[in-house]
Design a protein around this ligand. Structure first.
Ligand SMILES: Cc1cc2nc3c(=O)[nH]c(=O)nc-3n(C[C@H](O)[C@H](O)[C@H](O)COP(=O)(O)OP(=O)(O)OC[C@H]3O[C@@H](n4cnc5c(N)ncnc54)[C@H](O)[C@@H]3O)c2cc1C
Length: 632
C-alpha cells in the first residue's frame, strides 16, 4: 500500500523505481536524495520503492521481529549507515550502530565494538535510518513506499510499466522512467532432487520437506517436538535453524566451570538434528579480535596482479599464477604472530615483498625453534584429510574435537593464533582479487575453480559465526541433540516402507540415519537462469536480462558464475541480444560471481555511481526536451 501517492501536479515528475529496499537499496536511495538535494532537477522527482514487507531498509535478514539469539556475523563496531560524504546526506550524518545502540538501549557496560549482537537490533537501526531519510526528502521529491512484490517490467515508449502485486493481492501497473534492481537474496527454481523430496513428503503423512528455513520462527514452528530432523548445510543458516529448534523452544545454555556451555533441554526439541554437508564440519568461529580496519597486503597487491596479467597471453589471469602470492601473504601473517617480539620478527618485517629473503628468515627461525610448526594451510582447509573413521560415533567425536580446537583458536585471536591471523588475510586478498576477477579478469577455468572450489572452502574457515554460536553447537552435540554421525557427504534417499528420509555415509561403512523431516538449511547462491522469483523469471523469459559469461573465444569455453550480465562500472543490464539498457541498473547480490563480496552490510561505491548517473541521464532528458521545445 503506498504510504504517499504522487499528487496530480507531479504527473510530469521524473519517476525512479528502486525494487528491493534492503541495505543496498537503502544506500542507493540515500545517495539519490543527496544528489537531488545538491543539484536539483528542473522537474520534480517521484521515487517509488518496492519491498516485500514493510521493513524498508532492514530486509528479512535483519527482521526486527526475529529472536534475539539470531546474531550478526560481523562485529557491530563496523556497522555504519552514514559513511557517505559527498554530496552531503540530506538528513545529516546519523549515528553509527555503536552510538545508536548506546543511546537507545543503554547497556550496563559500554560496548567496545567487538560484540556480535542480534540481527533484530541491526534491523531496528536500519529501519530508523530509513525513517530518518523519509522525513528529510528534499524539496520537489516525493516518495511512494509499496509493500508487495514487483513481478514484471515492460518497456512503454521511453518509460516502463512496472507490474506490482500488493500485499492485499491487488495488482497495479506503475509507470517509471528509471529502475534500480536491488533485489538481494533470491530463491531458485527447484531441481530434480527437491521436486522428488517434495513429492515424497506429500505422499507420506509423517514426512516433511522444508526447502528454505526463513522466516525461521514460522518455518521451524511446523516441526513437532521429538521428531528426527535432517538438515542439509552446516553453515550460518543451519545455526539459525538449530537455535530456533532448541533455544527457541525454551531450552537454555549455561556457562559452567571449564568455560564451556552446557545445554539444558526443555523437552520440546526434536529428538535429533542431523546436519550434513560435503565436509560434515561446522564453520570455524571468527577470531575475537578480527580487525575492523583493513590489514595492508605485502605480496597480493594490485601492482603484482597487473604485472602478472601483463604476461598472460590473452590478458586473463590464471589462478595458478596468483595463488602463490596468497600463500606468501598467509605465511607472512603466520610467522609475524609465531615469532612474537623476537629479532627474527624484525628481520621478517624488514623483508618487504622480497619472498626469497622472507623464506630465508623463516627457515633459519624454524631451525632454531624446532618446536614451531611450519605453516601449512591445507589441513586448515581440509581438517579431515586422509583420516578414516571406523564409525559414525568416531566421526561425531572428531567434529566435537574440531569445534573445541577452533573455539580455542578463535579465543586466542589474531594476536595469539598464527593460523587465525594467516587465514583471515583472505578478507583483504578477496577484495584485491575481486577487483581483477570481475568482467573476465581470470580465465574461465580459474574463475570456476575460484568460485566453486576455493570460495566455499575459505568461506567455511574465514566467514564463520561468532564464537558463542560454535560453543552452542558443541553443547548441543554433547547434549545428544545434534548428531554429526552421518554428517560427512551422505547419500540421501527416501524410504517408502518407513515413510522417512535416509542418509547413508559411504565414507564411514555402515553409517546411516533416518529422519522424518528434511530441511534445506542453505541460502541459495545466485543463478539468474534459475531464479524463482516472478520478476527475474519474466525478465529472463522475455530476454530483457541474460546471464554473465566468462568466455574464451579460442575454444568457446564459457563459465557462468550465476550473475546477471551488466556493463562495467555503470551496472546497466544487458539483454539477450547483447544490447545495453541504460534505464535499468542492478546492485548487489544478483551480480555475485562476477563482482564478489556483495553479501555484506558494507557500503561500496556503486550507490554513489548509480545516483550520479541516473541524475545525469534525467538532466540530459530535461535538456533535450528544452531544445526540442525551443526548436518547435
Ligand atoms: C542468513 C544471513 C545472515 C546474514 N548476516 C549478515 C551479517 O551478520 N552481516 C553482514 O554484513 N551480512 C550478513 N548477511 C549478508 C547479507 O547479504 C547482507 O547483509 C545484506 O542483507 C545484503 O543487502 P541487500 O539489500 O543486497 O539484500 P537483502 O538484504 O536480501 O534485501 C533485498 C530486499 O529486496 C526485497 N525484494 C527482492 N525482490 C523484490 C521484488 N521483486 N519486489 C519487492 N521487493 C523485493 C526483499 O524482500 C528484501 O527486503 C547475511 C546473509 C544471510 C543470508
Amino acid at each position: 500500500m503506498p504510504i504517499e501517492s504522487p499528487p496530480n501536479e507531479m504527473r510530469r515528475a521524473h519517476s525512479i523505481a528502486i525494487i528491493g529496499l534492503g541495505p543496498k537499496g537503502f544506500y542507493c536511495l540515500e545517495r539519490l536524495l543527496a544528489e537531488f538535494n545538491a543539484r536539483p532537477l528542473r522537474r520534480p522527482l517521484h521515487i517509488h520503492i518496492f519491498n516485500r514487507n514493510a521493513n524498508f531498509g532492514a530486509s528479512p535478514i535483519y527482521d526486527p521481529e526475529q529472536p534475539e539469539y539470531i546474531l550478526v556475523n560481523i562485529s557491530v563496531g563496523s556497522i555504519d549507515l552514514w559513511t557517505a560524504e559527498n554530496p552531503p546526506i540530506v538528513a545529516g550524518r546519523g549515528p553509527d550502530f555503536l552510538s545508536w545502540y548506546q543511546e537507545k538501549l543503554r547497556p550496563r557496560e559500554p560496548l567496545t565494538g567487538e560484540e556480535y549482537l542480534s540481527r533484530a537490533d541491526v534491523g531496528r537501526y536500519l529501519l530508523e535510518g530509513f525513517h530518518c531519510l523519509r522525513n528529510h526528502l528534499p524539496h520537489n521529491v516525493t516518495l511512494s513506499c509499496h509493500v508487495g512484490e514487483a513481478i514484471d517490467i515492460r518497456p512503454e515508449g521511453l518509460s516502463y510499466q512496472l507490474e506490482f502485486v500488493a500485499e492485499s493481492g491487488h495488482t497495479e501497473q506503475i509507470l517509471v522512467d528509471k529502475i534500480l534492481l536491488a533485489t538481494g537474496h533470491s530463491r531458485l527454481t527447484p531441481g530434480i532432487e527437491e521436486n522428488h523430496n517434495q513429492a515424497f513428503a506429500r505422499h507420506h503423512s509423517k514426512a516433511a520437506f522444508i526447502p528454505f528455513v526463513y522466516p525461521v520462527v514460522e518455518t521451524m514452528g511446523q516441526i513437532p517436538g521429538g521428531s528426527r530432523v535432517a538438515m542439509r548445510g552446516v553453515g550460518l543458516t543451519f545455526i539459525d535453524a538449530a537455535l530456533e529448534l532448541t533455544e527457541g523452544r525454551e531450552g537454555y545454555f549455561e556457562r559452567v566451570a571449564d568455560r564451556a556451555l552446557l545445554y539444558h533441554a526443555s523437552g520440546k526439541e526434536p529428538q535429533s538434528i542431523i546436519p550434513y554437508s560435503r565436509t560434515g564440519l561446522p564453520m570455524a568461529p571468527k577470531a575475537y579480535d578480527l580487525p575492523q580496519l583493513a590489514r595492508p597486503l605485502t605480496f597480493f597487491t594490485r601492482d603484482a596482479l597487473f604485472e602478472l596479467s601483463s604476461h598472460a597471453s590473452d590478458g586473463k589471469l590464471d589462478l595458478e599464477s596468483l595463488w602463490p602470492l596468497f600463500e606468501l601473504e598467509m605465511e607472512f601473517q603466520y610467522y609475524r604472530v609465531t615469532m612474537a617480539d623476537s629479532d627474527e620478527r624484525k628481520q621478517l618485517e624488514a623483508c618487504g615483498n622480497d619472498a626469497e629473503a622472507m623464506r630465508r628468515v623463516i627457515d633459519s627461525y624454524l631451525r632454531a625453534h624446532t618446536d614451531t610448526e611450519r605453516f601449512d594451510y591445507r589441513p586448515v582447509l581440509d581438517p579431515v584429510g586422509k583420516r578414516r573413521f571406523a564409525s559414525g560415533a568416531q566421526f561425531a567425536l572428531f567434529v566435537e574435537r574440531y569445534m573445541e580446537q577452533e573455539i580455542a583458536r578463535a579465543r586466542q585471536g589474531h594476536s595469539g593464533s598464527g593460523i587465525k591471523a594467516a587465514i583471515d588475510i583472505w578478507y583483504e586478498v578477496r577484495k584485491t582479487l575481486g577487483s581483477v576477477l570481475q568482467f573476465g579478469g581470470l580465465n574461465p577455468e580459474s574463475h570456476k575453480r575460484l568460485i566453486e572450489y576455493y570460495y566455499p572452502r575459505l568461506k567455511r574457515i574465514a566467514f564463520g559465526p561468532p564464537i558463542i554460536n560454535i560453543e552452542k553447537l558443541l553443547a548441543l552435540s554433547k547434549a545428544g541433540i545434534l548428531d554429526f554421525s552421518v554428517a560427512r557427504n551422505p547419500r540421501v534417499s527416501t524410504n517408502e516402507a518407513n515413510g522417512c528420509f535416509e542418509l547413508w555415509c559411504d565414507e564411514i561403512p555402515g553409517t546411516s540415519a533416518q529422519a522424518e523431516i528434511l530441511i534445506d538449511a542453505r541460502y541459495p547462491s545466485v543463478n539468474i537462469r534459475r531464479d524463482a522469483t516472478p520478476l527475474y523469471r519474466n525478465l529472463y523469459r522475455r530476454g530483457m536480462v541474460r546471464a554473465y559469461e566468462n568466455w574464451r573465444p579460442a575454444d568457446s569455453f564459457a563459465y557462468y558464475p550465476g550473475a546477471i550480465d551488466m556493463t562495467e562500472g555503470t551496472h546497466f543490464i544487458i539483454d539477450g541480444a547483447g544490447t545495453v539498457n541504460d534505464d535499468i541498473a542492478v546492485i548487489g547480490i544478483p551480480t555475485e560471481g562476477n563482482l564478489v563480496g556483495n553479501l555484506t552490510l558494507d557500503r561500496d561505491s556503486y550507490s554513489s555511481i548509480w545516483a550520479a548517473e541516473v541524475m545525469k541521464q534525467l538532466r540530459g532528458r530535461e535538456l533535450a526536451a528544452r531544445r526540442t521545445n525551443r526548436v518547435s
